[in-house]
Design a protein around this ligand. Structure first.
Ligand code: ATP
Length: 304
């Protein structure tokens, strides 16, 4: 989907990282390309923060490589091209928001104006307030402003909207869209699938430290943009599994469960094969189901 002749802005290649006995990342490949908003999805403990930490040079991979702009992430020149919003940021409580902005802007060669930062991050009226005295949501907006104030080419956002109410979340999305329209590339982790749907064009799904799905949002959704058909019937699952447009068919308790690309054809055929079929239920998978299904499939494979 992304032209291979463009080197990625950030990448992990075969990245492995243990935390003691826990394998947090187990051979992860990931590429962030110019102009892309890539969402890193995964359940708690899937390895998202570890992946970002490797890309930022906060952690070293045990094997494989992490690169920013083709360089080791610790390089100052690489660091000056990025903005970062982590889950736990160490920010000086005693400083006023304006002072924090000035300080952070001073690390960058061509920072964004304070007025721009205020407008994009929604900091009206907050510049003279002490960071430590702000509400959680206001602090999150300041953290966002600090991430973008250097006019970075690449933004790393680790669960940027956790703890924000819906209005504040949408405000941050608006700010992000402005930046993306200007050409900023973004790697964000999120638990909110609607956040990925609202912002991202690429998705990487992690489960137990491995990439279990990746591609465009549509591709990942399409992986399970299928219909799940459940019914009580005597029709043989192995036979149904051979039907056209059927991906899988199996017995789940007394019920037949079929995953198919199109529901109607399969339902028609099922009814023809078993006129007394009952309890018919057809559901459609969205990204949430896609995500659950992909990660569930992985844990089933691992358990096998
Ligand atoms: P969450 O969504 O909960 O933030 P995550 O996807 O970001 O999770 P990571 O924080 O990368 O996941 O953690 C991956 C695995 O590594 C987890 O099993 C976690 O418990 C473990 N882990 C992470 N950091 C450490 C550490 N410093 N020491 C020991 N184990 C760790």
């Amino acid at each position: 989907m992304y032209p291979s002749h463009h080197a990625p802005l950030a990448h992990l290649k075969g990245a492995r990282r243990r935390h003691g006995a826990v394998v947090a990342l187990d051979g992860v490949d990931l590429e962030l390309h110019r102009g892309q908003v890539l969402a890193l999805l995964g359940a708690n403990g899937a390895g998202k923060t570890t992946a970002i930490s490797l890309l930022l040079g906060l952690l070293q991979p045990d094997a494989g490589e992490a690169r920013l702009f083709g360089r080791p992430p610790q390089d100052l020149s690489a660091r000056q091209g990025i903005g970062v919003m982590l889950q736990a940021g160490a920010i000086a409580d005693m400083l006023a928001v304006g002072e924090l902005l000035d300080l952070t802007r001073s690390y960058y060669p061509a920072p964004r104006s304070v007025a721009d930062c205020v407008a994009i991050a929604g900091l009206d009226g907050l510049l003279n307030r002490r960071y430590g005295k702000l509400s959680g949501g206001q602090q999150r907006r300041v953290q966002f402003a600090l991430a973008i104030c250097g006019a970075p080419r690449v933004l790393f956002l680790d669960e940027p909207t956790t703890g924000l109410d819906i209005e504040a979340r949408q405000g941050l999305w608006r700010g992000l869209r402005t930046l993306v329209a200007e050409g900023t590339s973004v790697l964000l982790t999120t638990h909110y699938l609607e956040e990925a749907e609202a912002l991202a064009d690429g998705v990487v799904v992690l489960a137990n430290g491995r990439v279990v799905a990746s591609g465009s949002l549509d591709e990942v959704r399409a992986r399970v943009d299928q219909r799940r058909i459940r019914c009580s019937t005597t029709v043989d699952a192995a036979e149904v599994a051979q039907w056209p447009r059927v991906r899988s068919a199996q017995r789940d308790g007394g019920r037949l469960e079929v995953i198919a690309d199109v529901a109607e054809d399969v339902v028609r055929r099922l009814l023809a094969a078993d006129p007394v079929l009952s309890g018919l239920d057809v559901s459609r998978a969205g990204l949430a189901e896609a995500f659950l299904e992909i990660t569930r499939d992985t844990s089933l494979e691992e358990a096998a």
